[in-house]
Write a protein that binds this ligand. Structure first.
Ligand code: HEM
Length: 499
């Protein structure tokens, strides 16, 4: 009888407790309450997660405090989850701080019907209003002219590129969303940009991560209050801008995304659509989401680009040689890209190495799923570790060095690489990808056409630091580099800028 009972217990354990446990993705042993916090670098968690993937494989579990997270590492796992299992891995995991701020409205931190409708609306409107059309190109080129002018005006003075690049990328979204750009000197615009950027930096702080782990206990923390205040002020400003557009609305003409939304809202009201998501709250958060997601990422990518040019003068030489040979002194256009294979490769390599959104934006599983032999429960937080894709040792010849040849064949022709995934993939793939690509190409090429970027005097190229700043996005830490205006290179007139 004893043997039978023992066999029964073993069978029960292996069918239930043990088999379920062993089928869950492996990971470091969590401590009570703290989980794996002691093993994670909270400032740049993606770095330690990459190290852990070497030990635990491409699908593993970590605990941020009591929050369980399944991490997907490497190109194959991330692609298989986000593309081949798009439905199961396509939900957004909305951390408490983002729920506080967006309350489930808009696109970035929304799910279900709201997300579906707002995303579809934004994609079609952005497409009609610009992406892929010459309108966006014209708006970007106009902004490039203001940006260049701002660079030129700083002759000889130390110059921080963070603001101008944030202003330029933000203004491109303004032109598409509101139908017009702001002057860089407009205090309301300056504050809008400053608040959005502060919130992105603060969102990645240790305080906010602690709040996300125990929202009830830490609702009082300072950084949460800061983010809520920023949200309130931005919402007020956006409401004012929308009010003005509403007063001057012409139902037969869309000046930008807001007009299209208001016209659609009116139509749905007139035809008494009962469950319409075209309401003011969704409009406000769709607008703030586009600014929040599109400014810091694009400006950060451009700052990495300028910094990498200063660090790699031989690459900069070739970029400038190709520009002067193919484009000369006229304005660069999108259609030039196909004739600029080296620059195309350099920009892709900048984006690969820059790794601006290292962990994508957290996803969650929409249902129970068995993935690569592991059981993952519905509602589990999932981090698609984009760093591990962009630095995947089985995909890239020299993953940790700046090497534009990753995107060139032996004849110097540009080649696409599937593991190039800075915009993520699948259902939640970056909504602004086409616009961002156009912005980065036109701005980078226009700046490199006119300026030569170098480290400040007394600093060698090797000494330029590539450690990213702490925050939700991995943008350059403050740096000083110089730039020379190309026509002045011979005269050796330098302009100092700070990244
Ligand atoms: C989402 C990258 C520029 C709008 C994302 C995601 C990444 C990303 C990695 C998360 C995808 C996921 O969760 O799997 C980038 C990079 C950019 C950039 C590297 C610049 C170089 C832009 C621009 C816009 C934009 C210019 C707006 C015009 C969005 C939106 C989402 C998003 C709305 C949320 C999509 C959703 O949840 O359905 N982006 N992005 N992004 N991005 Fe971008």
């Amino acid at each position: 009888l004893g043997t039978v009972v023992l066999l029964l217990i073993i069978r029960l354990l292996s069918n239930g407790f043990i088999s379920q446990k062993t089928e869950e993705p492996p990971g470091p042993w969590p401590l009570p309450l703290l989980g794996n916090l002691m093993q994670l670098d909270l400032k740049r968690p993606y770095k330690t997660l990459c190290q852990l993937s070497k030990k635990y494989g491409s699908v593993f579990t970590v605990y941020f405090g009591t929050n369980k997270v399944v991490v997907l590492a490497g190109y194959k796992a991330v692609k298989e989850a986000l593309v081949s299992n798009a439905e199961e891995f396509g939900e957004r995991d909305i951390a408490p701080i983002f729920y506080d701020i967006n309350e489930g409205h808009g696109i970035l931190f929304a799910n279900g019907e709201v997300w579906k409708e707002m995303r579809r609306f934004a994609l079609t409107t952005l497409r009609d209003f610009g992406m892929g059309k010459s309108l966006a190109e014209d708006k970007i080129l106009e902004e490039c002219r203001h940006l260049i002018q701002m660079f030129e005006e700083q002759k000889g003075n130390p110059f921080d590129t963070t603001c101008p690049l944030n202003y330029a990328t933000s203004n491109i979204i303004s032109a598409i969303v509101y139908g017009s750009r702001f002057e860089y000197s407009d205090p309301r615009f300056k504050n809008l940009v400053a608040r959005a950027n502060e919130s992105i930096r603060v969102a990645g702080s240790a305080q906010i991560q602690v709040y996300n782990m125990c929202p009830r206990l830490f609702s009082w923390i300072k950084n949460r209050q800061k983010m809520l205040n920023n949200r309130d002020t931005s919402v007020k400003d956006v409401k004012d801008l929308i009010k003005h557009l509403k007063e001057t609305l012409n139902p037969n003409m869309c000046r930008g995304l807001v007009d299209c939304f208001l016209i659609r809202q009116q139509k749905e009201e007139e035809s008494s659509v009962t469950d319409s998501h075209f309401n003011e709250t969704n409009l406000i958060y769709t607008v703030t989401n586009l600014f929040g997601a599109g400014t810091d990422t694009t400006a950060g990518t451009l700052r990495w680009g300028l910094l990498l040019m200063a660090k790699n003068p031989h690459v900069q030489d070739q970029v400038q040689e190709e520009l002067s040979r193919v484009v000369g002194s006229r304005h660069v256009r999108v259609e030039d890209r196909k004739n600029l294979p080296y620059i195309d490769a350099v920009i892709h390599e900048i984006q690969r190495l820059a790794n601006v959104v290292p962990m994508a934006i957290p996803h969650k599983t929409s249902r129970d799923v068995t993935f690569q032999g592991y059981f993952i429960k519905k509602g589990t937080t999932v981090f698609p570790l984009l760093t591990s894709v962009l630095y995947d040792e089985s995909e890239w010849e020299s993953p940790h060095t700046f090497n534009p040849s990753h995107f060139l064949d032996k004849d110097g022709k540009f080649i696409r690489r599937d593991a190039f995934m800075p915009f993520s993939a699948g259902r939640r793939v970056c909504l602004g990808e086409s616009l961002a690509r156009m912005e980065v190409f036109l701005s980078f090429a226009s700046l490199l056409q006119r300026f030569r970027f170098t480290p400040p005097p007394g600093v060698t190229e090797e000494e330029l630091d590539l450690t990213p700043a702490v925050g939700f996005t991995a943008i350059p830490s403050p740096h000083k580099v110089w730039f020379l205006m190309l026509q002045d290179v011979a005269k050796n007139r330098a302009i100092s800028i700070t990244f």
